[in-house]
Design a protein. Structure first.
Length: 311
């Protein structure tokens, strides 16, 4: 068979460590997984190649032979016995199980399906075109993972609450903890696709998508809001009522408050994730509204005030 550069397949250098190999494999396996690319034959083929490269490079013994003999690494034993590159096949001792860690769990698996030919002889010799092990027994494969997105409002994310949604025809009920972040992912173990031949089920990954709020801007555990105040309150001071996610609170405005002045309301921000009773701050910025359409009397009073201020 033609030489396949496994290092190039995984996008790593020849001096890569086992951790680097594992990391590269996980990243690529997620990207090209058949469940995420169901109608993409090129992605399915790439997924097979990634698994094959990981099978060899994650096993120090196989990797050593591959580095030394290249495409003929599987015949290394025969070469070493003959003392030359004669091309005879070795006895082919027992194959070891896949050594690379799966990005989806503790057990490695491969995906086999219609229209997924054209991968190398080595991969087929390991698993067979029918998906059976080299010894003839049924191979155990871990089920694939499911990906789901759950949309929440900012107020939903503020409170711990139950949520039910449909995944692959099945209702899943979870408790959403207060304080989840936009883009945060949680894993439900064993709620993915069933395994094959007794293999373990995959997992369900849920990504939270929090829609932007028209009033509040979230920054980590803090909230930011702009509150309008009239000119008279800004100049003379006073008290206003401000709406928060837990209800209305009264806030004092100091005399002479300038436009853009910001104050901090402790413990009125967003709840800390899985840290019950702890909250961030609410930052309140004042926007001073300048009166328009003054009456003649109001204009007269402002004119008098301007004269007094200017002396």
């Amino acid at each position: 068979m033609d030489f396949i550069d496994y290092y190039k397949t995984l996008g790593i250098d020849k001096g890569a460590t086992q951790d680097q190999i594992r990391s590269a494999y996980r990243k690529l396996a997620r990207k090209y997984h058949p469940d995420l690319n169901p109608n993409d034959k090129d992605a399915n083929k790439k997924f097979q190649q990634i698994n094959e490269a990981n099978e060899v490079l994650s096993d120090p013994e196989k990797r050593k032979k591959y580095d030394q003999y290249g495409k003929d690494w599987q015949h290394a034993e025969a070469f070493e016995k003959a003392g030359a590159g004669g091309g005879a096949r070795g006895s082919g001792g027992k194959r070891r199980s896949q050594g690379g860690a799966s990005p989806f769990g503790s057990e490695e698996y491969t995906y086999s399906g219609e229209g997924m030919g054209d991968f190398s002889d080595f991969f087929e010799s390991l698993f067979g075109g029918s998906g059976r092990s080299a010894s003839g027994g049924n191979a155990r494969f871990r089920g694939s993972d499911y990906q789901a997105e759950l949309q929440l409002s900012l107020e939903d994310a503020y409170h711990t609450h139950p949520q039910t949604f449909l995944v692959n025809g099945k209702n899943i009920r979870i408790t959403v903890p207060a304080g989840v972040a936009n883009g945060q992912v949680i894993k439900l173990k064993g709620h993915g696709s069933p395994g094959t031949n007794g293999g373990p089920a995959g997992d369900l990954y849920i990504t939270f998508s929090i829609t932007p709020d028209p009033r509040y801007k979230r920054d980590g555990d803090d909230l930011h809001v702009t509150e309008k105040i009239d000119l008279y309150t800004a100049v003379l001071g006073g008290e206003i009522t401000v709406a928060t996610l837990t209800g209305k609170v009264k806030v004092k405005v100091a005399p002479g408050t300038q436009n853009g002045t910001r104050i901090r309301l402790k413990e009125k921000g967003f709840p800390l994730y899985k840290n019950e009773g702890k909250f961030g701050a609410l930052y309140l910025s004042f926007e001073v509204e300048i009166p328009t359409q003054l009456t003649d009397k109001q204009r007269e009073l402002f004119t008098e005030l301007a004269k007094l201020v200017k002396g």
